[in-house]
Ligand binder design. Structure first.
Ligand SMILES: Cc1cc2nc3c(=O)[nH]c(=O)nc-3n(C[C@H](O)[C@H](O)[C@H](O)COP(=O)(O)OP(=O)(O)OC[C@H]3O[C@@H](n4cnc5c(N)ncnc54)[C@H](O)[C@@H]3O)c2cc1C
Length: 810
């Protein structure tokens, strides 16, 4: 066995084989795959192996398109052909208007990736699929490329191609230990010897946490038992083939919780039962390999009843095989593919629950990240660092069960499901709940979305404007006319200190780091490729001490990036204050007056405490770091308060606020107001696919200093912009646009929406996003594809509310 390699991939299922192949495709041939048993002996061999192009976000659609192209190429290899039923077509059924609205949105979103889905009515579904009934059926989403593949030859084809480029594969070689050297290299221990490598990849499937344990990490991955059966031949399938020359399309059903595809002349039918079972949480038998769990059709009997109503042919068809195998889930249903948090040169590609369809694409994006540091798409939706400390085994198992029970029921906008709630709360949770807060979840933290007008108020979640519209309007009006209070839980906050910290930060951001103690600045950090990596509010608390603030979700991501750039001499220290502090935002024209009452020994006047500055203050006897910054566009102060003082400070503000008719406001109101100001949101509007010029952040970019990403950014300046960032006004009162919706002109996709909401102060339906630069001039007329309608839209000035910023200065 080799003793050194650039990359060692652990695990020979679809995830590992695809990663190995794509590493060689990206130009790294000194790569090795280690498999404890035989290739595909984990989950891959018995997969139903459906390959859909469907994804709920553009990155997923794009990577699945890659899988499909790759699988076609491999299956059509004249020397080694294998079975890939490409393009049978797939029907995703709808029995509610919400399903249909969602499907229309997915059509719009996928169109931007060059993929044309279609929304069908019930009659058309029945015409395309000869076996289904139309009872309680409204329609469906049609994926023309849906199909299924033979998983074992697929993996062998990937490995064969990788080997041809120099990769090596060692079967019967379990990884039993991982040791990191001071230089960052890993020693991978196996009974057959050790291999030292620059990068290690965990592709261990349902055993990923056994491998994780070897390097001291716990991946938020839990396995569920999952069953399908294979039927005898069904005469209607042969008749359909005779009539049309086609195989029957695939079906997936969000109401009756099943999927189904043709298998030989019969069907393969898989179930997602409510009485589902986690698997292997307390350890996995080492001998479980090329193995299945015991059959248990009784468990899926309630689901089967409904499936038989949709597919009556099943009532008279025999079952010849039952397959029950472990399938991996993460807390949000998407896999974890990318850097392992807190580790150097360590990657994972695991938690795949639809790994056969997706595996080709995941390996492609992961290999790009390993080799180039960044992939062609923004990969945040897959990034392991999107889960923070709360995503332990118990949490993951609860979310896995919930997700399994809702397999094809996509989340509606703003929908947060009940499992795993209260993972992270601040001491204000009960007080805000008593004030009417309806909470959403941000990186595990409970955060008020809006305040209910009556205790029995429930949001009617959906893709259209709903019953929260007036509620949000009232919160915004309260902030605009007087003063509002909002708690921001879990804001990512790092104290960065040490001699030379100012210079160190200057080298990490393209923006200006606030030089004077007491100043605050908004700064952007770029990747090595010159694209937007992170957004941070930097507060100079001096001497040699800064607070770095960013989105709650960025906690592990930003910590990783900053840690990786720390000077080797230990002169700079990072300390997380994320879990120990929260922010109370006091926003509105009367916020200064209110704070002057509550904290009389601070001079809150514009002259003494101007916009973009920070002061140590006392709200009564409760200490806080106050910053005059605004995400709402109103005069506004962020009060950063340690958890122990939070309740006291809140009560004080609430009591004093009564005289000002102070309102509570939440995330929805903030979203509305920040769009009116043209403020971007990290990982909605700011992604690694675009540089800061394309993101419309030129005013934050300095070219007269050196920093990470500067060289790439300079090179990009020689080329035309790929996209430009714009704000649009949509001519519709029915629904907002949704992230991913396509901007259209003359039947052509010309851009993509990244955020959208109703702007209550400007009374406009607003959207933001990226467009072809030639179309970015205000006044340009186009359309946005929203829920199946081409909604007229116009490019408008980015700052719709208070363009002179006089209100934030007060
Ligand atoms: C019943 C069922 C139906 C499914 N249907 C579909 C479908 O229709 N479409 C779809 O896309 N997906 C489907 N899936 C999911 C899909 O099969 C999986 O997502 C995919 O196979 C996972 O691949 P993997 O490479 O991550 O894991 P695995 O296939 O489990 O591979 C992991 C490999 O790592 C090896 N390994 C583990 N530990 C070590 C170690 N210490 N040292 C060396 N090697 C190690 C294992 O032996 C194994 O070979 C289905 C799954 C099930 C259970």
């Amino acid at each position: 066995m080799k003793q050194h390699a650039r990359v060692v991939v652990i695990g020979g299922g679809i995830a590992g084989c695809s990663t190995l192949y794509h590493l060689t495709l990206e130009g790294w041939s000194d790569v090795v795959l280690l498999e404890r048993d035989e290739l595909t002996s984990g989950t891959t061999w018995h997969s139903a192996a459906q390959v859909t192009n469907f994804g709920a976000v553009q990155t997923m659609v794009g990577l699945k398109s890659h899988s499909i192209r790759l699988y076609q190429e491999l299956a059509n290899d004249p020397e080694h052909p294998f079975s890939y039923h490409f393009g049978d077509g797939g029907i995703r059924l709808a029995s509610t208007q919400h399903h249909l609205d969602g499907y229309h949105h997915f059509v719009s979103m996928a169109r931007g990736m060059g993929v044309e889905f279609e929304v069908l009515d019930a009659a058309e579904c029945a015409r395309r699929h000869p076996l289904i009934t139309q009872d309680n059926l409204l329609g469906a989403l049609w994926d023309p490329f849906d199909g299924d593949i033979d998983p074992v030859p697929l993996c062998h084809a990937l490995v064969r191609k990788a080997r041809a480029k120099g990769a090596e594969v060692y079967r019967q070689t379990p990884v039993t230990g991982l040791t990191q050297q001071p230089n960052g290299e890993w020693v991978v221990h196996t009974p057959n010897g050790d291999i030292t490598c620059e990068h290690v990849v965990n592709a261990g499937g349902y055993r990923c946490n056994e491998i994780g344990e070897l390097m001291g990490v716990m991946h938020p991955v839990a396995s569920m038992e999952h069953q399908y059966f294979l039927t005898e031949a069904i005469p209607e399938i042969a008749q359909f083939a005779e009539r049309t020359g086609k195989r029957v399309p695939l079906i997936r059903c969000p109401t009756d919780d099943f999927y189904c595809r043709q298998n030989a002349q019969g069907l393969l039918v898989g179930f997602y039962e409510q009485e589902c079972k986690t698997w292997g949480l307390d350890g996995i038998d080492p001998a479980f390999t090329s193995a299945l769990c015991p059959n248990d059709l009784d468990r899926v009997a309630p689901v089967m009843e409904n499936v038989f109503k949709r597919l009556p042919c099943l009532e008279v068809t025999g079952i010849h095989t039952i397959v029950n195998g472990p399938i991996t889930y993460t807390p949000d249903g998407l896999p974890i593919v990318g850097r392992i948090p807190g580790k150097r040169n360590a990657w994972c590609i695991t938690g795949l629950r639809a790994g056969l369809g997706e595996g080709g694409g995941h390996g492609w994006l992961l290999a790009q990240q390993i080799v180039h540091g960044e992939a062609c798409y923004d990969t945040w939706c897959l990034d392991p660092r999107r889960f923070t400390g709360h995503a332990n085994v118990e949490f993951t198992a609860r979310k896995a069960v919930e997700d399994y029970q809702n397999e094809f029921r996509f989340h509606l906008p703003h929908e947060h499901r009940p499992a795993g709630r209260l993972a992270k709360t601040t001491p204000l949770y009960l007080a805000l709940e008593a004030a009417g807060a309806e909470f959403g979840v941000v990186s595990g933290w409970e955060r008020a979305a809006y305040y209910k007008p009556a205790p029995d108020f429930h949001e009617d979640h959906g893709f259209r404007f709903n019953n929260t519209f007036e509620v949000v309007a009232a919160e915004v009006a309260g902030v605009q006319n007087s003063v509002g209070l909002m708690e921001i839980s879990g804001f990512n906050r790092l104290e960065i200190s040490g001699h030379g910290v100012q210079e160190w930060l200057e080298g990490l951001t393209c923006s200006t780091v606030p030089k004077r103690v007491g100043k605050v600045g908004l700064c952007y950090l770029l990747s090595e490729h010159g694209n937007v990596k992170a957004e941070a509010t930097l507060a100079n608390l001096g001497p040699d001490r800064f607070w770095y603030g960013s989105a709650a979700a960025a906690e592990f991501h930003d910590m990783d990036w900053l840690s990786a750039h720390l000077p080797a001499d230990g002169s700079i220290q990072l300390r997380s204050l994320t879990a120990s502090h929260a922010i109370l935002v006091v926003a509105g024209p009367r916020s200064r007056e209110l704070l002057q009452q509550v904290a009389p020994r601070t001079d809150w006047s514009a002259a003494a405490f101007p916009w973009l500055s920070t002061r140590q203050v006392y709200l009564g006897h409760f200490p806080a770091v106050a910053m005059s910054v605004s995400f709402s566009g109103e005069l506004s102060y962020e009060l950063h308060i340690a958890h122990e003082a939070l309740l006291g400070a809140y009560r004080l503000l609430k009591a004093a606020g009564a005289a000002f008719d102070m309102v509570h406001f939440g995330l929805y109101a903030t979203e509305s107001m920040r769009l009116e100001k043209g403020f971007r949101h990290w990982k909605a509007d700011l992604i690694t696919e675009f540089n800061p010029f394309e993101a419309g952040l030129a005013r934050f970019v300095r070219m007269d200093k050196d920093y990470v990403g500067k060289a790439a950014l300079t090179a990009m300046q020689q080329r035309p912009l790929r996209r430009a960032f714009v704000t649009l006004a949509l001519d519709s009162q029915l629904a907002p646009a949704h992230a991913g919706d396509s901007m259209m002109l003359d039947g052509r996709v010309v851009g993509t929406v990244s955020s959208a909401a109703w702007g209550h102060r400007v009374n406009r339906n607003l959207a933001m996003g990226y467009i072809e630069p030639a179309l970015s001039t205000p006044g340009t007329q186009l359309a946005v594809d929203v829920l199946g309608q081409r909604v007229p839209a116009q490019v408008i000035d980015e700052v719709q509310y208070d363009p002179n910023f006089s209100r934030v200065r007060g």
